[in-house]
Design a protein around this ligand. Structure first.
Ligand SMILES: CC(=O)N[C@H]1[C@@H](OP(=O)(O)OP(=O)(O)OC[C@H]2O[C@@H](n3ccc(=O)[nH]c3=O)[C@H](O)[C@@H]2O)O[C@H](CO)[C@@H](O)[C@@H]1O
Ligand SMILES: C=C(OP(=O)(O)O)C(=O)O
Length: 421
């Protein structure tokens, strides 16, 4: 198994170019199942999760070709409807093929996603929405078996909770349904917005994009003619490099980003006393004479993203005072705390609230273990400021979502090496 060795007490400098968003690209690849034509998607991040979903498309009978950051996907000859355990177990986002396959073929079988480090993450809301659209769903031998022999019917769906994946699955199913589907309490994340825009450009009328009520006028199983497009920049990768600049108190430019998608993150960095210079596609962080503590509550977009919580906890260890982080989305997303303690941080947990005594102890390099994607990036950030050497094990989590992490970090002055255990 591979691990990263990071020499700490780094100063960063220069510019990092942000890749396309994994969490936008995943539903967009799933959406190609609704297409009758080959689609070229550019600004694709080169990360393991994308390759996993492409493998699933291939297993289902689709084809793909990679050309630099573009991928041409052709699902016109898709002829299988089962997403098997061997792929679904490695990536929960595989559940996103359920809506489009069911809508196109009238049946679909997807292995139930397995346990995940950050919480239970049920898919009940995805299934309820599809049932409301007329699907019959059974759970059989660990598989979700969904059938809709006469196609899906547009209806009104009111989500109990805001769910990103649930909204995406429902939008894709509704695109080929018979009639109009209204989703109330829909997710508004930029990744959901891009999915809706791309499906709209393919000829499906979608009203309310970017609001919490989406109205989708389905095509009654007529496949869509997609246009080629670019994936939006990864706001979480951008946020992670902004934290890398902040935690090392360095001047760093983060480019190829959309600052509008980063507002909640930027406002917390400003509260922590960092000056930011912005234009339409870049943000430069300037060093500060004092990192101030911060209070964070994770929420759905446009609130502060849960996917940035671990990175801000690492940053809060360097603040002058006591910070708090209240995690509201996932019940078990504090796995990084025990590893940060191993590095010498002073953090107390009480239910879903973490209290971080900044600067109480300085961080010292040691061996730590990555437990999930963003927990791993918190360890990388901490290692950048820790004294001495930190070895981060189980980095396959990082490879799921960060393109060329050590290449990008080394280019801006960090000292990161990858080894085999
Ligand atoms: C591939 C992708 O885009 N992943 C993101 C997506 O995950 P994902 O789409 O899985 O997250 P959701 O928005 O669905 O989850 C939000 C909350 O709803 C709960 N829930 C969800 C579905 C359901 O059927 N029942 C249910 O109870 C979840 O357990 C969680 O507590 O949004 C999360 C919240 O911003 C991010 O952390 C993930 O990075
Ligand atoms: C939790 C994440 O991804 P996933 O939903 O694919 O597990 C993430 O990107 O932080």
């Amino acid at each position: 198994m591979e691990y990263l060795k990071i020499n700490g007490e780094s100063k960063l400098t220069g510019e990092v170019k942000i890749s396309g968003a994994k969490n936008a690209a995943l539903p967009l690849i799933a959406a190609t199942i609704l297409a009758k034509n080959e689609i070229s998607i550019c600004n694709m991040p080169n990360v393991v999760d994308i390759n996993t979903l492409l493998k699933l498309i291939d297993k289902l009978g689709g084809t793909f070709k990679k050309e630099e950051t573009c991928i041409k996907i052709d699902t016109s000859k898709l002829n299988k409807t089962t997403a098997t355990y061997d792929i679904v177990k490695t990536m929960r986002a595989s559940i996103l093929v359920l809506g489009p396959i069911l809508a196109r073929f009238g049946h679909c079988e997807v292995s139930l996603p397995g346990g995940c480090a950050i919480g239970q993450r049920p898919v009940d809301l995805h299934l309820k929405a599809l049932e409301a659209m007329g699907a019959q769903i059974k759970i059989n031998h660990g598989y979700i078996e969904a059938t809709a022999p006469n196609g899906l019917k547009g209806t009104k769906i009111v989500f109990d909770k805001v769910t990103v994946g649930g909204t995406e699955n429902t939008v894709m199913a509704a695109a080929l349904a018979d009639g109009v589907t209204t989703i109330v309490n829909a997710a508004k994340e930029p990744e959901v917005q891009q999915l809706c825009e791309v499906i709209k450009d393919a000829g499906v009328l979608i009203e309310g994009i970017g609001t919490d009520t989406l109205i989708i006028h389905g095509t009654n199983r007529k496949l869509l003619e997609f246009k080629d497009f670019d994936v939006i920049p990864d706001r979480i990768e951008a946020g992670t490099y902004l934290c890398a600049a902040a935690i090392t108190n360095s001047k760093l430019k983060i480019s190829k980003v959309n600052p509008i998608h980063l507002e909640a993150i930027l406002s917390k960095l400003e509260e922590m006393n960092f000056k930011l210079i912005q234009d339409e596609t870049s943000i430069t962080v300037l060093p500060t004479d004092e990192i101030k503590p911060v209070n964070i509550v994770t929420r759905e977009y446009p609130g502060f993203p849960t996917d940035m919580q671990a990175q801000f906890m690492a940053l809060a260890t360097q603040a002058n005072g006591v910070s708090t982080i209240d995690e509201r989305l996932f019940e078990n997303r504090f796995m990084h705390v025990s590893e940060l303690l191993r590095l010498g941080a002073d953090i107390h947990l009480n239910g879903n609230i973490a209290t971080i005594n900044g600067k109480a102890n300085s961080l010292n390099g040691t061996d730590v273990m990555a437990t999930d994607l963003r927990a791993s990036s918190a360890l990388v950030l901490s290692a950048l400021v820790a004294k001495g050497e930190t070895s981060i094990h189980r980095i396959y989590h990082l490879d799921r979502g960060y393109e060329d992490l050590e290449g990008k970090l080394n280019q801006i002055g960090a000292r990161v090496d990858r080894f085999n255990e």
